[in-house]
Design a protein around this ligand. Structure first.
Ligand code: PMP
Length: 369
């Protein structure tokens, strides 16, 4: 299998897997006072320290959750703001976190304009939360978060950032971004599925959405998933190594885009005019169904996705491309290739060949119908 779906989940690193297995041997509850409990607690706190160091956040301001979806809900619901503004290209876990989200429009490249945010906030009072993602999971487009957060703060609003797709691809430091709340997920950086975190800037608090045992300083009840958290910490240690390989990954992605444009000049690559994650490419040919392309490539042993894999099973046009003003047909015709540190040049070459063949085949079927 050639795996080109890193934005959905990055393969778990062998050393992370070893760390998870080791942690599974610790049977204590981190809240227990006996030595087994203390061993489990030590593993959770070691991971917290590793994550704190990697992302410029204080260890006491990290709340472990079951993933980014829960962290986004905790940020949007737990901040208890009267009004919540989110960009139209956010992940569904932000768009659907609370009932009262109001969408901020994006331009044709998928960017939130600072001027637009300024105007929006000027006419709105306090108790406002703004949530804009750092890098889009479908297009890879990178938002000017530091600038947007500064504008939000000028009007007394809180700023949350879903930074799930950024680590290891662009430098990521919560302090430098100047945001109040930030979400991460372990499985996008070679850690286990089902664990993530919400980070709080100093002085920021959230009301727990899960009550009970008072874990995570009363901000998220429930016994910690020790093995998954240990794996998250171990994966966070690799972020700089990943960053060092970003140039090499970018060359592979750019070479792939050049090759597909040469063989299919009608292809549209989304977001290529603005800053984008080096590993991500979302492209399509209008009228050539993304779902059919994904299935055809799967039969050739290549894993890619159509838009957001988190909504797999739910086939429809990408809401991200719709928000960028693309037609419904184009939004249902685009596939995402997302690569990572393990991706090899031969795999990209095989993908391009397989994609060109599948495109010809699907077009013939469409013409014959
Ligand atoms: N936000 C973004 C930008 C994502 O890409 C994803 C996963 N696709 C999530 C949130 C949800 O993450 P999790 O699977 O950890 O709940």
């Amino acid at each position: 299998m050639i795996y080109l779906d890193y934005n959905a989940t990055a393969p778990m690193r062998p050393s992370v897997k070893r760390c998870v297995i080791e942690a599974l041997d610790v049977s204590g509850n981190p809240s227990s006072i006996h030595s087994s409990g203390r061993r489990a607690r030590a593993m959770v706190e070691k991971a917290r320290g590793q994550i704190a160091n990697s992302f410029g956040v204080r260890h006491e301001n990290i709340i472990f959750t079951s993933g980014a979806t829960e962290a986004n809900t905790l940020a949007l619901a737990g901040s208890k703001c009267r009004r919540v503004f989110v960009s139209g290209v956010e992940h569904h876990s932000v768009l659907e976190a609370v009932d009262h989200v109001e969408k901020i429009a994006v331009d044709q490249d998928g960017l939130v304009s600072p001027e637009c945010l300024d105007t929006l906030l000027r006419h709105n009072g306090n108790s406002v939360l703004v949530s804009v993602m750092l890098a889009n999971n479908e297009t890879g487009v990178i938002q000017p978060i530091a600038e947007l957060a500064r504008i939000a703060h000028d009007y007394g609003a809180l700023f949350h950032c879903d930074a799930v797709q950024a680590p290891g691809r662009i430098p990521l430091n919560m302090n430098d971004l100047g945001v109040d709340l930030m979400t991460l997920s372990a499985h996008k950086i070679g850690g286990p599925n089902g664990v993530g975190a919400l980070f709080l800037a100093p002085g920021i608090e959230v009301a727990s959405t899960m009550n009970g045992g008072g874990q995570e300083r009363g901000r998220r009840g429930g016994t910690e998933n020790v093995a998954a958290i240990a794996g998250f910490g171990a994966a966070a240690m690799y972020v700089n190594e990943m960053l060092n390989k970003a140039g090499q990954i970018g060359k592979l992605r750019d070479g792939m885009e050049q090759a597909i444009l040469e063989q299919a000049p009608e292809v549209v690559i989304h977001g290529h005019k603005v800053p984008r994650l080096v590993n991500t490419s979302l492209f399509g040919v209008d009228g050539v169904s993304a779902e059919t392309q994904v299935i055809a490539l799967d039969l050739s042993g290549i894993a890619i996705s159509s838009g957001s894999a988190c909504s797999s099973g739910k086939v429809g046009p990408s809401h991200v491309l719709r928000a960028m003003g693309l037609s419904e047909s184009m939004s249902a015709s685009s596939i995402r290739v997302s690569i990572g540190v393990e991706t090899k040049e031969e795999e990209i070459t095989r993908f391009v060949d397989a994609w060109v063949s599948s495109l010809k085949m699907i077009k013939q079927q469409v013409d014959a119908a």
